[in-house]
Each structure stands twice: as structure tokens, then as C-alpha cells.
Design a protein around this ligand. Structure first.
Ligand code: MG
Length: 303
């Protein structure tokens, strides 16, 4: 299933993407499902049966949602605004240097253990929302990443049981202010820019993906330029390992995000380095999951 959070100028609502163009409004289909993700992660079996009913009843729609008869609780995804699939995680844990090709481009040896850092949960941005850059920040970079969302609480989770704790996978763009990241000699400020965590477009449940979402092509386009082009097969530490490793020190809660690191090709390691500027459009795509596409805009304080 593809789990979405959307708005029609209403409070955020949970839903499913039944195809690229057609969604199901869960609260309209069943008012007992009005709570959002991650609260509904424990109801996924019931939600799956509900979704199958709409598909099985032969509801008339085409994959794009542009034709056919679509009435509530079905909706055209082109007529709603998708939001981050989870809105308020207790934490976003990120991994530095977790792709073999990214280590190679920095001439660094493969790490013996994951380097963890955090992004402030307030950085999350919608899958098509703007990346807002204040004028004084001139070294802002993009990082295409596979992110997982925790579905079930756990502490000290053994790798063999990690799968039970993953609600799904999504794309995440780990927007990075390299100036702050390098000046501070740690990552928190540089990785926590407001709007610096676009994610989505939906959360794909693990049953629809290869084991641990490995072997998927992951790309990042800046405008029409292909900047990053790799495979999640290049991951040094896999999603199940990371669940176990992170939870050995902190309890993972439903909705928490672990973003697994970025492959080679980021702007700062280009020769010469390149950075995002207003007017750019960045697209992060992962085969089997989907794509997020975000315009870069100048942020001005409101007078
Ligand atoms: Mg990163």
C-alpha cells in the first residue's frame, strides 16, 4: 500500500494512493480511521481490506485519475495537496557516509559503524513543497535518500525482528547547508533548515518492495541535470541493521524517521562545487517508490 497524508485546505487527513492519480480518503471511507499516521499503523490489516474492497468493486477509474467516475471517498490526487506522510516524528535520525560510492568520492575508507546525526523534525516539507533558502545561505546542497518510517515502538530491537518495526519506505531529500555543517563540525544546524526535509510522496509498505528496499535505483536531478544515480544496493548499513543499531541506544517510536544516507554525486563534491539557487527544481526518485519534486525559492522574513 501507499500511505499518504493530504489536505484540501482542511486539517491533514490520512489516505491511500490506489494508483498514481487516484486516492482513497480513509476517514471518508470509515470515520473510525480519522486519526492520522502513525496512529493508524496498527490498523494496516483493516485498511488493506478496505482498500481491496474499493479496487475489487471495479470502481471506474484510470491510473492517472483524469478519467472515470471518481466520487468520495475516492479522490483525484491532482486535486489535493500531499503532505509529508508523517508530520510530527519524535525524531529524524540520519546516517552520514552510508553508500560505498559516496565514501569513494571523498576518498574515505568504509566506516566500521554508522555515523548518526539528527535533523530537527520541524524541517519536514511536503513532497512538492518549496525548499526555502534565506539569502545569506549560499552553500545549500541536496542529498537523495531512502528513508524508513518506524511502525512499532521498540528498544534494543534485534536485526531479525527489525522488519516488524518498519511501516514503510519513502524518498527524502536531506537538504544540507554545507557552510553550517562544516563550520560547526557537527551536523545539527546545517541539516535542520526549515523546509530542508522534503519527503514522500507516500510511504510504501515493505510488502511491495524488495527485502529492505535494497537494489532500487535512486536518482537526484537538479533541473534537467542528473546529479546522483546509484542503487540502494550500495548501502553499507542496511535498514534492518540501522533499526537495531539506533534502538540499542534510544527507543524508536511509531512515526520516527531513519534516513539512510546519500550516494555519490552531491553538489559539494563536484569540481567545481555547485549549490542550489532560487529557480532550481530538485527531484529525488527511487524506483518502486516514486519521486518528490521541490522548487527552490528565496526565503524572506515577513516584515
Ligand atoms: Mg544525508
Amino acid at each position: 500500500m501507499r500511505l499518504i497524508t493530504f489536505t484540501q485546505d482542511t486539517a491533514p487527513r490520512p489516505g491511500l494512493a490506489l494508483s498514481d492519480g487516484v486516492g482513497l480518503d480513509l476517514a471518508a471511507a470509515d470515520p473510525s480511521l480519522a486519526g492520522g499516521w502513525p496512529e493508524l499503523f496498527s490498523d494496516l490489516d483493516r485498511i488493506r481490506r478496505l482498500a481491496q474492497r474499493y479496487v475489487a468493486e471495479g470502481t471506474e477509474f484510470d491510473a492517472t485519475g483524469e478519467a472515470g467516475s471518481i466520487a468520495p471517498p475516492l479522490l483525484r490526487l491532482s486535486q489535493v495537496r500531499l503532505l509529508p506522510p508523517v508530520l510530527s516524528p519524535s525524531k529524524i535520525i540520519a546516517v552520514g557516509l552510508n553508500y560505498r560510492d559516496h565514501a569513494a568520492e571523498q576518498n574515505k575508507p568504509l566506516p566500521a559503524a554508522p555515523l548518526l546525526f539528527s535533523k530537527a523534525p520541524s524541517c519536514l516539507q511536503a513532497p512538492h513543497g518549496p525548499i526555502e533558502i534565506p539569502a545569506e545561505l549560499v552553500r545549500v546542497d541536496a542529498e537523495a535518500e531512502l528513508a524508513l518510517v518506524v511502525g512499532k515502538r521498540g528498544r534494543a530491537i534485534p536485526q531479525e525482528r527489525a522488519a516488524q518495526h518498519i511501516a514503510g519506505y519513502m524518498c527524502l531529500n536531506d537538504i544540507s547547508d554545507r557552510a553550517a555543517q562544516y563550520a560547526d563540525r557537527q551536523f545539527f544546524r546545517g541539516k535542520s533548515l526549515d523546509t530542508g526535509g522534503p519527503c514522500g510522496p507516500w510511504l510504501v509498505t515493505p510488502d511491495e518492495l524488495p527485502d529492505q528496499a535494497l537494489g532500487l535505483r535512486i536518482t537526484c536531478h537538479w533541473n534537467d541535470v542528473l546529479m546522483q544515480d546509484s542503487s540502494t544496493e550500495q548501502l553499507i548499513f542496511t535498514p534492518h541493521f540501522l533499526i537495531s543499531y539506533v534502538s540499542s541506544h534510544m527507543t524508536l517510536l511509531p512515526g520516527d524517521i531513519i534516513t539512510t544516507g546519500t550516494p555519490g554525486g552531491v553538489g559539494v563534491f563536484h569540481k567545481p562545487p555547485v549549490f542550489l539557487a532560487p529557480g532550481d527544481v530538485v527531484e529525488v526518485a527511487i524506483a518502486g517508490i516514486g519521486a518528490i519534486r521541490n522548487p527552490v525559492v528565496r526565503w524572506e522574513p515577513t516584515p
